[in-house]
Ligand binder design. Structure first.
Ligand code: MG
Length: 383
């Protein structure tokens, strides 16, 4: 197994912590850590992994951390802000960036890591949704690889193996359907209810996205860019055991199965193509009993169709969808809009801003900001 040297963007989030569990179990060196402002947690991560660099985005928090690190006599360099994120992306001792932040925070850092020759273990799907063409071009140009962490994309990656693209006829993403698979009064859904996912334990943004199926919409777009396959279907599979499938020219479908747990996809991203014993729990199918599959209900969950339209429209439309969804989820969690308004708001913003073409990452950043502002305005004045 190749020993990857990791730099982790988002080390205190759900994926970041589990990446550290995998790194601990496999003995992988962690050379850089990045988080928002969690001084105590990052300090204990430094204590354990002794990275070369640790970044806290908030300057005050970074100052506090720097004092603690100095007091403890550790050699870890501490940095902050955008500048710190770029250092983390380019740190020469790392060969792999684990992009584990959520939303568009990691956009520039992930891009710079590609340009610095790092492979990208990708959990932060929003960066690929926002600027898919730019990122896939950069990966090709700099001879690096995307290592998918998203469980569905990890499954597809594992099923694809070495088959040439011409043999693949369809990708089939599975979706748990979220907590409201069988609920019809979606207007009255509370944030508490939306945060209670039946199978997966994840961050707040992605948990709400799973309840609206926006997460699956983002994953459709992510799959398009990661694998270059146009034909991507979605199947509801409430047990979350079959993580996704690939259909081949002869009609055969290959699936990857496992418990709904991120340790396995994180580990596979870091050990691919090798398979080694790690911390992921084992699956016993007899304990699961039955596996069910249904078509998605586009009436109650219109996010999937909207994502398809946006992908078709191209240009900056997916960036607008991603950024306005971030605002919509925040507004819903703060009790400012209803659950069903999330889709209404995103549809409004995407419709207003259209699908202009882009060339550079700075234009994507501007589009994300414009979509955020438009969405915030609409929430304020009602829509
Ligand atoms: Mg997923």
């Amino acid at each position: 197994m190749r020993e990857r040297r990791l730099s982790i963007l988002g080390s205190t989030g759900s994926i970041g912590r589990q990446t550290l569990t995998v790194a601990r179990s496999l003995g992988l060196p962690v050379v850089a850590l990045g988080a928002l402002d969690e001084v105590e947690e990052v300090f204990s991560q430094i204590e354990e992994f002794q990275p070369r660099l640790a970044v806290l985005f908030e300057e005050r928090a970074a100052e506090t951390l720097a004092e603690k690190v100095k007091g403890a006599g550790f050699g870890t360099e501490i940095a902050s802000g955008e500048e710190g994120l770029l250092k983390l992306a380019q740190v020469s001792e790392a060969d792999t960036l684990v992009a584990a932040s959520s939303g568009s925070v990691g956009l520039e850092a992930t891009y710079e890591a590609i340009r610095a020759g790092k492979d990208i273990a990708l959990a932060n799907k929003e960066v690929l949704v926002a600027a898919g063409r730019l990122f896939t071009d950069a990966v090709a140009e700099h001879g690096v690889e995307f290592l998918p962490i998203d469980s569905e994309h990890s499954a597809i990656w594992q099923c694809l193996g070495d088959h040439p693209p011409g043999e693949v006829t369809r990708l089939i993403l599975t979706a748990s359907g979220g907590p409201f698979l069988n609920r019809y009064d979606l207007e009255s859904v509370t944030p508490q209810e939306a945060l209670r996912h039946p199978n997966w334990s994840m961050g707040a943004k992605i948990t709400v996205d799973s309840a609206t199926l926006f997460n699956k919409g983002l994953e459709l777009i992510e799959a398009r860019w990661l694998f270059g396959v146009e034909n991507v279907a979605v199947v509801i599979h409430p047990q979350s055991i079959v993580h996704s499938l690939v259909e081949f020219a002869d009609g055969s479908q290959l699936a990857q199965l496992g418990r709904p747990n991120m340790l396995l996809p994180i580990q596979y991203a870091l050990t691919h193509p090798s398979r080694v014993r790690g911390p992921a729990p084992r699956l016993e199918l007899t304990e699961i009993g039955k596996l069910e599959f249904f078509p998605p209900d586009g009436k109650r969950f219109p996010a999937l169709d909207l994502a398809r339209e946006v992908l078709e429209a191209g240009g900056l439309a997916p960036a607008h969808l991603s950024a306005s969804d971030e605002v919509a989820v925040e507004a819903f969690l703060n009790g400012r809009i209803r659950f069903t308004d999330i889709h209404r708001l995103v549809e409004r913003v995407v419709g207003e801003l259209g699908a202009p073409e882009y060339e550079r990452l700075a234009e994507v950043r501007t589009a994300l900001e414009r979509a955020r502002e438009t969405a915030v305005e609409l929430v304020k004045k009602g829509f």
